[in-house]
Design a protein around this ligand. Structure first.
Ligand SMILES: Nc1ncnc2c1ncn2[C@@H]1O[C@H](COP(=O)(O)OP(=O)(O)OP(=O)(O)O)[C@@H](O)[C@H]1O
Length: 206
């Protein structure tokens, strides 16, 4: 199994931000997107995750294979950590949340409402979500925001374990996670967009 992008172009707010993106990600491999703020990393990741269509080009291997962790943690504030993880596991027809709790040292917080967690604790619970999905391709947008040094290590270990089991990871991050298997893709924006983008938005809720 592999993820393949062929000549993909993406837009945000109706304005093209990236074009000509091609790569292949094989089982056990990671790809790190690098580029300045606003260069289109999030837009590309959202497109691969199926949250918006590409402008043009071909994306193969993503359908039913992707678990996405964007800027939001994807947690229900009024559910506990364990309830959130069980909810996500159930969506993907799974039950076991033990390894995810262990990987992110969440057992002591398992019964806490996620709305009462610190930012870093929430982020750990949000990342643990990916593990319970059983999906092979993890798509992660700035996953280490709010994480302390120990939590970054937990995350790097979780990704390494996922890759070692034949999974794949696509990450927008500026942190060195020590992923020996990682390729780096430098994202170059088509043009400086802000002046073109007055009032344009493709989000239902901002
Ligand atoms: N909801 C939106 N509606 C319209 N335009 C948007 C929206 N979100 C982002 N943009 C614009 O799209 C372009 C690409 O943004 P994107 O978030 O993909 O960049 P990024 O590389 O992920 O940036 P960062 O490193 O700051 O997270 C930017 O010019 C941005 O201002």
């Amino acid at each position: 199994m592999e993820l393949r992008l062929t000549n993909v172009a993406v837009a945000r707010g109706g304005v093209p931000v990236l074009s000509g993106v091609s790569f292949t990600l094989a089982a056990g491999k990671a790809l790190i997107l690098r580029g300045p703020n606003g260069s289109g990393k999030t837009t590309l990741l959202r497109t691969i995750a199926g949250l918006q269509p590409p402008l043009s080009g071909q994306i193969d291997g993503a359908e039913d294979a992707v678990a996405y962790a964007g800027h939001a943690d994807g947690l229900k504030a009024m559910l506990s950590v364990a309830e959130n993880l069980k909810f996500w596991a159930a969506i993907y027809g799974r039950r076991d949340i033990g390894p995810a709790l262990d990987a992110y040292a969440l057992a002591p917080l398992a019964e806490r409402l996620t709305g009462t967690l610190s930012a870093g604790q929430k982020r750990r619970a949000g990342l643990a979500r990916l593990m319970v999905t059983g999906r092979p391709i993890w798509i992660l947008d700035e996953p280490t925001v709010s994480l302390d040094v120990d939590a970054v290590e937990m995350f790097a270990k979780a990704v390494q374990t996922h890759l070692a089991a034949g999974g794949m990871a696509l990450l927008a991050t500026h942190i060195d996670l020590g992923l020996a298997q990682a390729q780096v893709l430098d994202v170059t924006p088509l043009r400086a967009a802000p002046s073109d983008m007055h009032g344009a938005s493709d989000e239902a809720f901002l």
